[in-house]
Design a protein around this ligand. Structure first.
Ligand SMILES: NC(=O)c1ccc[n+]([C@@H]2O[C@H](COP(=O)([O-])OP(=O)(O)OC[C@H]3O[C@@H](n4cnc5c(N)ncnc54)[C@H](OP(=O)(O)O)[C@@H]3O)[C@@H](O)[C@H]2O)c1
Length: 163
């Protein structure tokens, strides 16, 4: 998020999905002291379990997709729906035009269905997960090899290769 110039203090965050990727980002997101963090998942029980597990760290709750309507400042798609070219059932009202930042953990040559949906509904930014991939690889490389990688250079090269 820092690469996107976003600060999360006091913000409303919506996390789509309740798999391994969501579990991994919950603690760092809650450390940023958002006003609210909602986990929405196709299988509601998995979102509820995660919300329960992380409840001590901040204002986290669980939801199904269909009942959400109020806008969020940040929406992160951490479902695997993009892998199948699909989009979770999301109300357009979740996006505050010109304000909401939408982030898909998935990345590829073309914008994902989620990022296309975000752009169509006026999201302030629609960002894919290539930066996340590079930044976590840079941290791992430093830990294992003791070498600092210029992640901005790597990200630029990967973007060029993706075309
Ligand atoms: N950029 C990066 O560095 C990075 C790192 C990690 C992951 N990712 C991406 O993040 C995504 C999730 O990874 P993960 O490891 O968390 O996967 P996972 O543990 O398998 O979890 C998959 C999640 O996606 C949901 N889902 C799958 N198909 C769906 C559909 N058609 N509609 C709505 N929800 C659907 C599942 O819901 P149910 O619980 O209902 O099955 C579950 O919450 C993947 O796209 C992966 O490529 C990116």
């Amino acid at each position: 998020m820092s690469n996107a110039g976003a600060t999360l203090v006091g913000k409303r965050i919506l996390l789509l999905g309740a798999g391994g990727a969501v579990r991994g980002v919950l603690e760092p997101l809650l450390e940023q002291e958002p006003e609210a963090l909602v986990i929405a998942n196709r299988t509601l029980e998995k979102a509820e379990l995660l919300a329960e597990m992380f409840a001590e760290l901040g204002p986290v709750s669980a939801s199904a997709f269909g009942v959400l309507a109020e806008p969020f400042d940040l929406i992160i798609n951490a479902t695997a729906a993009s892998l199948a070219g699909e989009l979770p059932p999301l109300a357009a009202s979740l996006i505050a035009p010109g304000r909401t930042l939408c982030y898909d953990m998935m990345y590829g040559k073309e914008p994902t269905p989620f990022l296309r949906w975000a752009t169509e509904h006026g999201a302030a930014q629609a960002i894919d997960g290539l930066g996340m991939l590079v930044e976590q690889a840079a941290v791992a490389f430093r830990a294992w090899r003791g070498v600092d990688v210029d992640s901005a250079v790597v990200l630029r090269q990967l973007r060029e290769q993706l075309g």
